[in-house]
Design a protein around this ligand. Structure first.
Ligand code: ZN
Length: 193
């Protein structure tokens, strides 16, 4: 498992709701947490590790020593957005790039955990920002899609670097062609969606 980078096509794809959670998926979620900690992240969506499911993991502390703060959201739904707040965001799929994003200041998130229990949280502050950022991933939306014109202009060159990096890695055969990527995702969907 590895974190894929912008502009990998899986990051622009709308993820599918999960219909079953099996032991293999639980293992994958554990690997997602490990990868998130290794990369100093506080949230990671399934499509950032090339999985097509509506699922993301969060640990606001970013620390593997605070496992009790880990949260898994399966098939999340956001509602009741309130207020507005701007803060700098980054993304493990765009390492090293940060920009200010305006979002609702608080939000309700409902979803299921790995035990199949329904979870509803009224999130505010950093947690509200994380769940909105991760939920966007499941809809194929990245934080750079939500920037003001001026903020976008500031990072234009860096985005271009990510694009040329992607193309050269594809030329080297490290990243498969779109058709191959989508066929693999379709197989994974058939298994659990
Ligand atoms: Zn992200």
């Amino acid at each position: 498992m590895r974190v894929i980078h912008y502009p990998h096509p899986t990051l622009q794809r709308v993820s599918k709701p999960l219909r079953r959670v099996d032991a293999d998926l639980r293992k994958l979620v554990g690997e997602m947490f490990d990868l998130m900690y290794q990369n100093k992240g506080i949230g990671l969506a399934a499509n950032q590790v090339d999985l097509p499911y509506r699922l993301f993991v969060v640990n606001e502390s970013g620390s593997p020593k605070e496992r009790d703060r880990e949260m898994v959201f399966i098939n999340p739904v956001l509602s009741k957005p309130k207020g507005s707040d701007e803060a700098e965001e980054g993304c493990l799929s765009l390492p090293g790039l940060y920009a200010p994003v305006r979002r609702p200041a608080s939000i309700r998130i409902s979803g299921y955990n790995l035990s199949g229990e329904e979870v509803t949280i009224d999130a505010e502050g950093l947690l509200a920002r994380i769940v909105q950022h991760e939920n966007d991933h499941l809809d194929g939306v990245m934080f750079v899609d939500r920037l003001s014109q001026t903020a976008l202009l500031d990072i234009k060159d860096k985005l271009e670097e990510f694009r040329s990096e992607f193309l050269s890695r594809r030329d080297l055969g490290e990243i498969p062609a779109d058709a191959k990527i989508f066929a693999t995702l379709a197989e994974l969907e058939k298994l659990r969606c």
